[in-house]
Design a protein around this ligand. Structure first.
Ligand SMILES: Nc1nc2c(c(=O)[nH]1)N[C@H]1C(S)=C(S)[C@@H](COP(=O)(O)OP(=O)(O)OC[C@H]3O[C@@H](n4cnc5c(N)ncnc54)[C@H](O)[C@@H]3O)O[C@H]1N2
Ligand code: MOO
Length: 331
């Protein structure tokens, strides 16, 4: 690479080799001049205002890449389903969700890429819910001009990983319908008005899941089991059982879910709030036992697990055990 520094006063008529950024703390951060801009006399004071006394004239060698080209090549090798991106800005491509769904990031592969000197791939956490339009990853090289071999290595790692699944995907939700089994004698008898229906309907609506049934079986185990089995036979994707999830004699929900399920993933999670949550399946129907905190707190273990269940990702006891560190969710 040949990189010549030209004082801005002598740069009129020259072409900018990269985007130039302007930052006004608290007000603005973005591109003031785009790569390729031909400098005019009127630009000189603006350039001086943003602290540019020199501009580069670049000659990029055959073994090198400009930051913008490198960022685009890397973005293409990383991105799989459910993603889109626009122009490269200031050497960075921002990947955005093109659909609602669960963000999947192959952490090991991204770490391997970031170990290459000069590579910077930044993502949101894997396995979280993202809405269409959300920015999920920023991809850029650190230097203005980077060795082609480093970018080729990123692309090679990305393509090798793709045999299995892309490095970054937004996986749309496969589950669409839910039934609510609202236990509790105090709700069944009308002593207490049900609050779970409104809370859970609103939450599920955010994931595109429709509540098609709500029943109030009280606290008798046989009645709760009957309602879970009936909802599964109706063909809903998801059954949410609330109430009776802890240690009192009339807390029958865990035993009822166990009776109705063909597989129990966990009763109990290392997360707070939401430690008494249960996850089970009856065939392909997912069953959550939701502790009282889900009705009370905005974010619980349910919000952590729901995206991966709706996306039909396999969730194991080991996956759940791994959530303990960072599982204090109200921090
Ligand atoms: N000694 C212990 N106490 C508690 C434990 C424990 O391990 N040992 N666990 C705590 C945790 S964690 C939670 S969370 C709650 C679990 O509560 P449950 O899920 O069993 O909820 P219930 O006892 O059935 O109800 C609690 C409370 O919420 C009201 N409720 C329930 N459902 C509805 C509804 N659909 N609409 C409105 N209100 C509802 C219910 O009337 C009770 O007042 O236990 C801790 N305690
Ligand atoms: O199961 Mo509870 O208060 O941890 O939500």
């Amino acid at each position: 690479m040949v990189k010549k520094e030209i004082p801005v006063e002598q740069a009129i008529g020259m072409t900018l080799a990269h985007d130039l950024t302007r930052i006004v703390p608290g007000e603005f951060k973005g591109r003031a001049f785009a790569k390729g801009h031909v400098i005019r006399e009127a630009d000189i004071p603006v350039l001086l205002d943003i602290g540019k006394r020199f501009i580069y004239v670049l000659e990029i060698g055959p073994d090198e890449l400009h930051e913008n080209d490198a960022a685009l090549m890397m973005a293409e090798s990383l991105a799989g389903d459910g993603l889109e991106w626009g122009d490269v800005h200031e050497g960075k491509v921002v990947l955005k969700a093109s659909t609602d769904g669960m963000l999947w990031v192959n952490r090991e592969v991204v770490t391997e890429m970031n170990l290459i000197d000069g590579i910077s791939i930044t993502t949101r956490s894997s396995l979280i819910h993202v809405s269409k339009g959300t920015s999920v990853a920023g991809v850029r090289p650190i230097p203005l001009v980077i060795e082609r071999s480093k970018v080729a290595k990123v692309v090679e790692i990305g393509n090798a990983a793709k045999a299995n699944r892309s490095v970054i995907d937004v996986i749309s939700y496969k589950m669409k319908t839910a039934a609510l089994v609202t236990t509790g004698s105090e709700i069944q008898s009308g002593r207490i008005q049900d609050k779970s229906g409104a809370v859970l309907r609103e939450k599920l609506d955010g994931y595109g899941v429709q509540v098609v049934r709500q029943v109030f079986p009280g606290d008798e185990q046989a009645a709760i089991v009957r309602e879970i089995v009936s909802a599964a036979e109706l063909g809903v994707d998801l059954i949410l059982v609330t109430g009776g999830m802890s240690v009192d004699p009339d807390d029958r929900s865990p035993a009822s879910i166990r009776d109705a399920a063909t597989q129990v993933v966990t009763y109990g999670t290392p997360m707070l709030p939401g430690s008494m949550l249960m996850l089970a399946y009856r065939g392909k129907t997912a069953i959550f036992g939701l502790p009282g905190a889900v009705l009370h707190d905005a974010r619980t273990s349910f919000d952590v697990l729901l995206p991966r269940v709706l996306a039909r990702m396999k969730v194991t006891k080991a996956d759940i055990a791994d959530l303990g560190v960072g599982g204090w969710l109200n921090a």
